[in-house]
Design a protein around this ligand. Structure first.
Ligand SMILES: Cc1cc2nc3c(=O)[nH]c(=O)nc-3n(C[C@H](O)[C@H](O)[C@H](O)COP(=O)(O)O)c2cc1C
Length: 203
C-alpha cells in the first residue's frame, strides 16, 4: 500500500435504497487513483443501500454536528437532490462527489465497495483547519467503538481532546461535543465497567 492508498478521509456518505429509504452515515474513504473505496463493517445500512441501488454520495463537510448527530440519533439533516445519482447529497456541504458502484470485494466482516466518481461539485470554500472539529471527529470515532475500548483509554483520550474544545470550539463544535459526551455518560451509567471514570467524563 502506498501513501496515497493509506490516506483516509472522514466524510458523510448518503445513500438511498431503491424502495426509498435514505441513510446518512460517517465513513472513512480511501482513494485508489480515480476509484473511491468505502468499507462498511457488517451489518450496515450504508452497505445494504449501496449494493441495492449501486450509488452513493460522498459529502465533504466541516459541520461536525453531522458526524456527532449520526452517532447520537440525530440523522435528520437537510438534503438536496444530486445531479447524476438517485441518492441525495447533504444540502449544506463544502463539496460532494457522486458515485456509482463498480465492484464489490466481499468480506464477511468488512466488504470493500469500489466506486467510480460520476459527478463532483464545490459549493463553499474550505475555511481552514480547526482543532475542535478534529477533536469532535476523534470523539465520534471513540463513541462508535465505546463497547470495544477499555474505559481508561477512553477517559485519557477525552481529557486530551477536551483541551482543543475549550480553546478553539465555536457553537457547532460545542454542541457536537456535548451530544457525544451525553452518549459517553449514558453508557457509563448503564455499565460502570465499560466507560470512562466519572472524574474524566463529567469535568
Ligand atoms: C469519523 C468516522 C468514520 C467512520 N468510518 C467508518 C467506516 O469506514 N466503516 C464503518 O463501518 N463505520 C465507520 N464509522 C462508524 C459508522 O458511521 C457507524 O457505525 C454507522 O452506524 C455505520 O453503520 P450504518 O451504515 O448502518 O449507518 C465511522 C464513524 C466515524 C465517526
Amino acid at each position: 500500500m502506498n501513501a496515497t492508498e493509506a490516506l483516509i478521509q472522514e466524510v458523510i456518505v448518503t445513500t438511498r435504497h431503491p424502495a426509498g429509504r435514505v441513510h446518512i452515515a460517517p465513513m472513512g474513504i480511501r482513494r485508489h487513483g480515480e476509484t473511491i473505496v468505502i468499507a462498511p463493517f457488517r451489518p450496515s445500512v450504508t452497505l445494504d443501500n449501496l449494493v441495492a441501488s449501486g450509488c452513493a454520495v460522498v459529502n465533504y463537510t466541516d459541520d461536525v454536528r453531522v458526524f456527532a448527530g449520526c452517532l447520537t440519533g440525530r440523522r435528520d439533516w437537510p438534503l438536496a437532490a444530486a445531479a447524476r445519482v438517485p441518492a441525495p447529497r447533504l444540502a449544506e456541504v463544502l463539496a460532494h462527489t457522486e458515485l456509482e458502484l463498480e465492484q464489490i470485494e466481499d468480506d464477511p466482516v468488512r466488504p470493500r465497495l469500489l466506486c467510480r466518481p460520476v459527478f463532483e461539485a464545490t459549493h463553499r470554500p474550505f475555511q481552514g483547519f480547526n482543532r475542535a472539529q478534529a477533536a469532535v471527529v476523534e470523539l465520534a470515532i471513540l463513541v462508535s467503538r465505546l463497547d470495544r475500548l477499555p474505559a481508561g483509554k477512553i477517559a485519557a483520550e477525552i481529557d486530551y481532546l477536551r483541551i482543543a474544545i475549550e480553546k478553539t470550539a465555536g457553537p457547532r463544535e460545542q454542541a457536537a461535543w456535548n451530544w457525544l459526551m451525553e452518549r459517553v455518560a449514558g453508557v457509563r451509567v448503564r455499565d460502570p465497567n465499560s466507560a470512562p471514570s466519572s472524574a474524566s467524563a463529567d469535568r
